[in-house]
Design a protein around this ligand. Structure first.
Ligand SMILES: *[C@@H]1O[C@H](CO)[C@@H](O)[C@H](O)[C@H]1NC(C)=O
Ligand SMILES: *[C@@H]1O[C@H](CO)[C@@H](O)[C@H](O)[C@H]1NC(C)=O
Ligand SMILES: *[C@@H]1O[C@H](CO)[C@@H](O)[C@H](O)[C@H]1NC(C)=O
Ligand SMILES: *[C@@H]1O[C@H](CO)[C@@H](O)[C@H](O)[C@H]1NC(C)=O
Length: 190
């Protein structure tokens, strides 16, 4: 009877102290040996985002009431743009071949000084081996010269796609916001 009472007391004590313990939010990573028949494809192309001129490829569609959006500044927090940007095989839009388009939207999502967009876009290819296939990009997109964005899916030959795109701004006009980004994509797909 005595022993049983002591055991029960320990149980109560243990239960009472095992809740809400602070700790690290991740476990140790380890390699999983999963067999795969996935393919890996690398793509290299250029992304042209044009805000200026009479025929911009990216337009402001919403902003918080009362805020002013200055030319060339994709902030403030809460501004939303929709774009239909050409993808080319070379850095110069005039002399390069258009090989696809990136359509979607980006929103200014940081309240701090670390200007960051949320990028939600479909990159469709319209020429060559991957004509008609597309990759889905959904990612944080900090406004820095070099960054990476996540590829979360795809269609056509890129079904089941997962991967990332390394983006490098090779041209950025701080006055009007126009940019050319060099893209190196690494994609695992069916
Ligand atoms: C936007 O702000 C103005 C000025 O503060 C106010 O009169 C108007 O009602 C606001 N509009 C909306 C939709 O909140
Ligand atoms: C591309 O063509 C446009 C219009 O023809 C011209 O204004 C622009 O300067 C050209 N850009 C380059 C880099 O040659
Ligand atoms: C891409 O595919 C579309 C639809 O099948 C076709 O009309 C077009 O000619 C193709 N373009 C190239 C460059 O292969
Ligand atoms: C940047 O944009 C401004 C305003 O449109 C323009 O006057 C200037 O020539 C552009 N600079 C470059 C390097 O293209």
């Amino acid at each position: 009877m005595e022993a049983r009472f002591i055991f029960a007391s320990f149980l109560v004590l243990f239960t009472a102290t095992s809740t809400a313990v602070n700790g690290k939010y991740y476990s140790d990573s380890h390699i999983i040996n999963a067999p795969t028949t996935m393919k890996k494809t690398h793509l290299h192309f250029f992304f042209h985002d044009t805000l200026s001129g009479d025929n911009p490829s990216s337009v402001l569609v919403a902003k918080p009431n009362g805020t002013v959006v200055e030319e060339g500044n994709v902030g403030p927090f809460g501004a939303v743009y929709v774009f239909d940007d050409p993808l080319t095989d070379g850095p110069d839009l005039n002399s390069s071949k258009v090989i696809g388009n990136a359509r979607g939207l980006y929103a200014s999502t940081s309240r701090g000084s670390d200007l960051t967009l949320l990028l939600s876009s479909d990159f469709e290819f319209t020429s060559g081996e991957f004509n008609g296939s597309s990759i889905s990009v959904f990612s944080r997109d900090p406004l820095v010269v070099e960054k990476e964005v996540a590829v979360v899916g795809g269609l056509g030959k890129f079904k089941m796609a997962k991967g990332f795109i390394l983006l490098k701004a090779i041209y950025l006009n701080a006055t009007n916001g126009d940019a050319i980004l060099e893209c190196h994509a690494t994609i695992f797909h069916q």
